[in-house]
Design a protein around this ligand. Sequence first.
Ligand code: DON
Length: 301
Amino acid sequence: MQDLLNDLAEAAAGDPDKGEVASYIPELAGINPEQFGIAIALADGQVFTAGDAEVPFSIQSVSKVFALALALGRVGDQLWYRVGREPSGLSFDSILLLEREDGIPRNPFINAGALVTTDTYLAGSSPKEALGELLRFVRAAADDDSIHINEKVAHSEIATGHRNFSLAHYLASHGNLRSTVGKVLGTYCHQCGVEMTCRQLAMAGRFLVDAQEMPQLVSVERRRRINALMMTCGHYDGSGDFAFRVGLPGKSGVGGGILVISPGRASIAVWSPGLNRYGNSKLGTEAMETFARRTGWSVFG
Ligand code: DON
């Protein structure tokens, strides 16, 4: 495993095309695209890392996985009255289908759907309490109390998040938000600003693996469903491509992180800030494709 991860880090370093760093969030625009890290937490408790696996990055949309687990913990299947479970075939921040589908977002991983899951775990609490709950969940999953939120990234996103504010107002106009737009956006942007290293993210993903050694934070049924949604919707309009090339459930973020689950085997985190045309890590996706080919791991047999 260590040799494989070293090979992936070496291949990434030698690839002249690193992709494009996200520029619409000012705090992310200045990040060096030359970085690449990977970490794997195996079912037997072993952890392997290579490259920049100890460098913290903002997990952005990968946080939507933890938010979904929290929202389901709050309201269970009631959540599905307010958000769907189908791929959107559109970019992560699209507003297009919201109008046609009466303010019910297609799935919890596009931004509109994630605003609904944030609103769900926020209901009845202050943003501070809700974010405290989110951090408690992530820290318990990773067994690491040092995980925190990067306030600069959160505020950079609040200041420039016109698209997300529009989505939230649109949801509110359909009665699909319980808290105010300001509270939801403040909480959502802080959630996206959770910072982790590849090692911490691989550890945090273990609750989705299904192995005795791993933290059991959600029921078996819920774990399977979250994995199913990661497979079908975790990479937005690149989800089909990721399933085709990697064959494992994954959730990406514009910070360049991807969390990948191999059920029964491992939780894997890969990070490289340059993105492909879908807004997912370019080198991260390529590394996972090689990883899946070399290990033979796939949920498709
Ligand atoms: O809301 C946003 O636009 C960002 N905080 C998160 C988007 C994101 O990570 C999309 N993923 N590839």
